[in-house]
Design a protein around this ligand. Structure first.
Ligand code: SAH
Length: 526
């Protein structure tokens, strides 16, 4: 029936989110998500992707409705039809692939019936990609040439069960069972009864491709007990076949130094993305616990005065001590009606390459960059240039920052105008999952990019950093390292190049040189 209504036609994208690692969504899926007006999402595999939706998008957790009950499939279908009909761009985000035990087919069919356009964007199914993340290839030359993906949801002891375990048992090389953790014993028995050898290698991968990933290996005969002893819980993949024996060889942690490491990232959320991306690219699992929150403490009159003096060329130098100082000052300068031209006749000093990078992003080139991320470095450089006496210096900075720099500049005869812009304070509330990971000693590596992240993390943890005692401690530079040492966390790695990339490179080299390779059990050779 042709529609004559003025309501624009909506569109629904059924998007596969992949098994959990937010990097495993497709480019098409992320593009759809970034343009969505409504997102209806399942819990499994999607939690870290929700942030990709635009700020104003309506986010609906299909696993938890307003009255706290789980939406039924009919309710979910009705919901996406309703929003599609209202002319919205709707993304229905599902874990793994939408058509692998995701009921995506039913949703697409319902949309077609309702006359609402729909596009299906496939995803990486946990059955293949999740296994790979756990170090198990679903096929392998000479080992497995076929696989089946099976639901373990149905009770194998019931005669009317839809899954023919006895026929599947020997029909394919690799059996991947989803939703089967609760029935491992029954499934394993059914497979053995169907003729599969009880000594066939078997494995479980829990929460594959997430920082919570756990793996247990055994044989068809032992796997149910192994899983119980290891406390393996849903969601998990149950794999049976000779490929399971390759896990010890292809464990990602064996293939790259940072793979599988849970790395605590303590920067502000706004600043953590580069570090998170660099870590993820090497297979590490960043756990983001922002230990600082920037609270702007700006006096507009002081900014206006700084702008006037800058534009009148009264300052000889401006010294930026951090990327935050650059960002807040440039924002405030803009708000005050100024822009980069204010620096036309002013020398710009950056302390540390990260600060220089922040300036570059604002279109400003630092005349002097301190090699070391410490105030003493810049000071020596400035004093060495000669006549500092009588120079007027602008110092945009954090409240409560270190006093060494202004004090020494004044001693050298400079006139220093400190411009307080922000306070780096511990956040009012920290993400509970990340806090729990720290408290439970689950963190392998902790990264510190500024002294305030060290101090604030200690505050967040009630003054006690001992939960991190067994973690590898990495600092971006010597001053941060000193703070970590003072607070009882002597660093293992101090970056020589004081940038995020430099810090990760130093960490990689350290882990590579100190790690004992994950040994290969005899008899499990390729
Ligand atoms: N459409 C999904 C599967 C949905 S059924 C896909 O293609 O992956 C839900 C089951 O998938 C879970 O019970 C579990 O067996 C499996 N699963 C999904 N994500 C998983 C993950 N990250 N780790 C382990 N198993 C996962």
């Amino acid at each position: 029936m042709a529609s004559t209504s003025n309501t624009p036609l909506g569109h629904v994208w059924l998007v596969g989110a992949g098994p959990g690692d937010p990097g495993y969504i497709t480019v098409a899926g992320r593009d759809a998500l970034r343009r969505a007006e409504v997102v209806v999402y399942d819990r499994l595999g999607t939690s870290e992707l929700i942030g990709e939706a635009p700020a104003g998008a309506l986010l609906i957790d299909a696993g938890k409705a307003a009255d706290n009950h789980t939406l039924t499939q009919d309710e979910i279908t009705a919901l996406i039809v309703e929003h599609g009909r209202a002319g919205k761009r709707v993304v229905r985000l599902k874990g793994g692939d939408p058509y692998v035990f995701g009921r995506g087919g039913e949703e697409a069919a319902a949309l077609a019936d309702a006359g609402i356009p729909c596009t299906v964007i496939p995803g990486i199914t946990s059955a293949i990609g999740g296994l790979a993340a756990g170090g198990i290839p679903v096929t392998h030359r000479g080992v497995a040439t076929s696989f089946a993906v099976i639901t373990g949801h149905e009770d194998p002891t019931k005669p009317e069960a839809g899954v023919h375990w006895e026929r599947l048992a020997t029909a394919v090389d690799t059996l991947v069972v989803l939703m089967g953790v609760g029935r491992l014993d029954g499934i394993a028995r059914a497979l053995i009864e169907g003729g599969r050898d009880a000594s066939t290698p078997a494995a479980l991968v829990q929460e594959a491709s997430t920082p919570r990933q756990r793996i247990a290996t055994g044989t068809l005969a032992t796997i149910a007990q192994v899983a119980q002893d290891a406390g393996i819980k849903a969601p998990a993949l149950f794999v049976v076949g000779d490929v399971a024996a390759l896990q010890s060889t292809l464990d990602p942690r064996r293939l790259a130094p940072l793979a599988g490491k849970r790395v605590l990232v303590t920067r502000t959320r706004a600043q953590s993305s580069t570090l998170v991306d660099v870590l993820r690219a090497e297979g590490a699992w960043p756990v983001v616990l922002p230990a600082i929150e920037l609270e702007r403490r700006v006096d507009p009159a002081a900014v206006a005065k700084a702008r006037t003096l800058l534009e009148a060329s009264d300052y000889r130098w401006t010294i930026f001590t951090s990327a935050n100082a650059v960002d807040v000052f440039m924002d405030e300068l803009w708000e005050a009606g100024g822009d980069t031209r204010a620096f036309r006749d002013v020398g710009i000093c950056a302390i540390g390459p990260g600060t220089a990078q922040a300036l570059a992003r604002r279109g400003l080139r630092a005349d002097v960059v301190a090699e070391e991320s410490i105030s003493e470095g810049i000071l020596t450089m400035l004093v060495d240039t000669g006549k500092i006496t009588g120079w007027r210096v602008l110092l945009p900075r954090a409240e409560g920052g270190r006093e060494v720099l202004p004090d020494r500049l004044r001693e050298a005869g400079a006139v220093v105008d400190e411009l307080t812009l922000y306070l780096a304070a511990p956040p009012a509330e920290a993400p509970p999952e990340a806090l729990a990971a720290v408290r439970n000693g689950e963190i392998d590596v902790v990264t510190f990019t500024s002294s305030s992240t060290v101090r604030n993390l200690a505050t967040l943890l009630g003054g006690d950093l001992s939960a991190l005692a067994s973690a590898t401690v990495v600092c971006i530079g010597p001053i941060v390292a000193e703070t970590a040492r003072e607070l009882g966390l002597p660093p293992h790695v101090v970056a020589e190049e004081h940038t995020i990339e430099g810090m990760v490179a130093a960490l990689r080299a350290y882990v590579h040189s100190t790690s004992t390779p994950i040994s290969q059990t005899p008899g499990q050779a390729l």
